[in-house]
Write a protein that binds this ligand. Structure first.
Ligand code: ZN
Length: 177
């Protein structure tokens, strides 16, 4: 398996261990890919090599990635993958609930191996480091369902995007005194 890691996105090396990026560990990526295979089999669709490669890149990044960024990353022997190919793969991954497009960033994240697939989830997007964390709770899911049923609204996705600063950047940011 080829590691699709680009330069480490994590500039905060001296962590106390409290803020460990979970999505960057190779073990997590292979677990997520195995889970994606199971989901695709259950849906009767194929996780082709290209789709798998795109998903792998998303899984191993701690930051959301744009389609062009993905195309550049997935350039074996300097031959860039056509953006249309990447878009098709991304569409597939989203249809299967394996990836999500962050509308506010026009960038994609993997949702397989997490709660993001079909669940009610808040994406906490750090404007300083670009990192994205998922947050969810039963109370949040309940409140969202309640709100939607009162509005008589049928959701295609129950996702909330919150922009701001992650705990790490709040501590290390220039605004600290
Ligand atoms: Zn941050």
């Amino acid at each position: 398996m080829t590691a699709a890691h680009t330069a480490s996105y994590h500039r905060h090396e001296q962590t106390t261990g409290a803020h460990a990026p979970s999505a960057e560990q190779p073990g997590d990526t292979s677990r997520a890919l195995a889970q994606a295979e199971v989901i695709c089999r259950a849906h009767g669709v194929r996780l082709t090599r290209i789709r798998r490669t795109v998903l792998e890149a998303l899984c191993s990044s701690h930051k959301p990635l744009g389609a062009y960024e993905l195309a550049d990353m997935l350039a074996p022997n300097a031959r860039r993958m056509a953006p249309i190919t990447v878009y098709r793969a991304l569409d597939f991954l989203m249809e299967q609930g394996l990836a999500h497009r962050l509308a506010s960033r026009n960038a994609y994240i993997a949702t397989v191996g997490s709660d993001g697939g079909q669940e009610t989830v808040a994406y906490l997007i750090c404007e300083a480091c670009g990192g994205v964390e998922e947050a969810s709770s039963a109370a949040f899911a309940g409140a969202m369902s309640d709100l939607l049923s009162r509005a008589g609204f049928e959701p295609a996705a129950k996702v909330l995007e919150v922009a701001g600063r992650c705990p790490h950047c709040r501590v290390q940011g220039p605004g600290r005194h």
